[in-house]
Write a protein that binds this ligand. Structure first.
Ligand code: XIL
Length: 385
């Protein structure tokens, strides 16, 4: 079983160019005394994102491992429009159904990701048969149909939906997405109200990357206050949390947490990873999935394994983030890691394809890294109330 896991994680690593797997064959997935979900039980949910191989149980052991560590789960891709409904009338619910069933069987909360996003949404959604932009009513009808098909299908089984993803740019201006162009400036209220109508029990979130940047933070606060003043249902703010060592500064991080917490909403880190790799200087720092840079040796320094000093620096960085999150457990409701282990992680391919990153708490053999112990150590206050 352990060997099967090793072989499969290695195969996934190679096939998907997520980088080679390393480590000792005999040290796979030993059970730990402490688990993330137990350690943080008195504070907040701890979640993971799962890709298709894991959800469909193609890598033996991972589903059990994930349910032993995490009490929330997000589909890394399977609930996105382009996966569920890639062409008109063509629906694929096998993976998302399996995820929701798995979560229910293991008492994990399901986070729906995501309903309205400019990425991973097929062009046909915004176009008529001539390839010209559709009018507002047509797009509204398509969105309503999509929400009914997806959010409606899982209504009552989804803890919360990332209703709107990445609507605001780093400088605080609106993203000029087809959603906003076609639905109009007030589209945010429209999509939250629609989601609430279709799944009235689900918490509804605004989710974005670089949420610690003051310009974006202030714009999100203004947007949320406007929604609240008008009685539009919104229950939480998701800071994606694609971080690095030394990024963001603790000052920016805590100022953002407090600004969102002051809105009276739940605040979550929804897609946490802490890369150890250099950011290419040709790209703006962030998680715009259309960003890409060529691989070069100096951008990929840890192909042979994570050096102990870097693992330690990563552990300290994770601990610093968790210390602040635990201190704000009154309003921080969840921290979700964007992946299970270093092997399956999207950061091996973003923003540079084919690198070997080490951004998670578990290594390529699902072994806990120094960052795992450092994070668990920060959970001490969670058990005291
Ligand atoms: C990423 C997935 O991890 C990748 O597998 C996929 O190729 C692209 O999208 N912000 C989000 C997530 O909200 O949906 C993105 O997930 C990462 C950035």
């Amino acid at each position: 079983m352990k060997n099967a896991l090793a072989v499969l994680l290695i195969s996934i690593s190679l096939l998907s160019t997520v980088g080679p797997a390393f480590a000792q064959e005999d040290a796979l997935a030993e059970p730990r005394s402490a688990t993330l979900n137990e350690a943080f039980e008195g504070c907040f949910l701890v979640g993971t994102a799962m890709n298709r191989w894991f959800i469909m149980d193609e890598v033996p052991g991972v589903l059990d491992f994930a349910s032993s560590q995490f009490n929330a789960v997000t589909a890394e891709n399977a609930m996105k429009w382009g996966r569920i409904n890639p062409s008109k009338g063509d629906y694929h619910f096998d993976i998302s159904d399996a995820l929701v069933d798995y979560a229910q069987a293991n008492e994990m909360k399901v986070i729906g990701h995501t309903l309205v996003w400019h990425s991973q949404t097929p062009d046909w959604v915004f176009e008529n048969w001539r390839g010209r932009p559709v009018d507002r009513d047509t797009l509204l009808a398509r969105l309503e149909n999509h929400m009914e098909k997806v959010a409606g299908r899982y209504s009552g089984r989804i803890h919360g939906w990332d209703v709107l993803n990445e609507a605001i740019l780093d400088d605080g201006s609106w993203r000029d997405s087809p959603w906003r162009r076609i639905l109009g400036e007030d589209y945010v209220a429209t999509v939250f109200e629609m989601a609430h109508r279709i799944d009235p029990q689900a918490e509804l979130y605004y989710n974005d990357y670089n949420m610690y940047l003051p310009g974006k933070r202030d714009a999100v606060v203004t947007m949320v206050k406007d929604l609240q003043a008008r009685g539009v249902p919104i229950h939480g703010i998701g800071m994606q949390g694609h971080f690095g060592i030394g990024r963001p500064s603790m000052e920016d991080f805590t100022a953002a947490l407090d600004a969102y917490g002051a809105l009276g909403l739940k605040v979550m880190i929804t897609e946490m990873d802490v890369t150890v790799l250099p950011w290419p200087d040709t790209l703006a720092v962030g998680a715009d999935i259309s960003a890409a840079a060529e691989n070069r040796d100096e951008l990929d320094p840890y192909t042979e394994g994570l050096p102990a000093d870097i693992a330690e620096a990563q552990a300290e960085q994770y601990a610093a983030f968790f210390r602040e999150l635990v201190a704000r457990r009154d309003f921080v409701s969840r921290v979700t890691f964007w992946g299970v282990s270093d092997a399956d992680n999207w950061k091996n391919n973003f923003p540079v394809r084919g690198r070997t990153d080490h951004p998670m708490l578990f290594d390529r053999y699902l072994q806990p890294k120094p960052a795992f112990d450092a994070v668990i150590a920060e959970a001490a206050p969670c058990g005291t109330e």
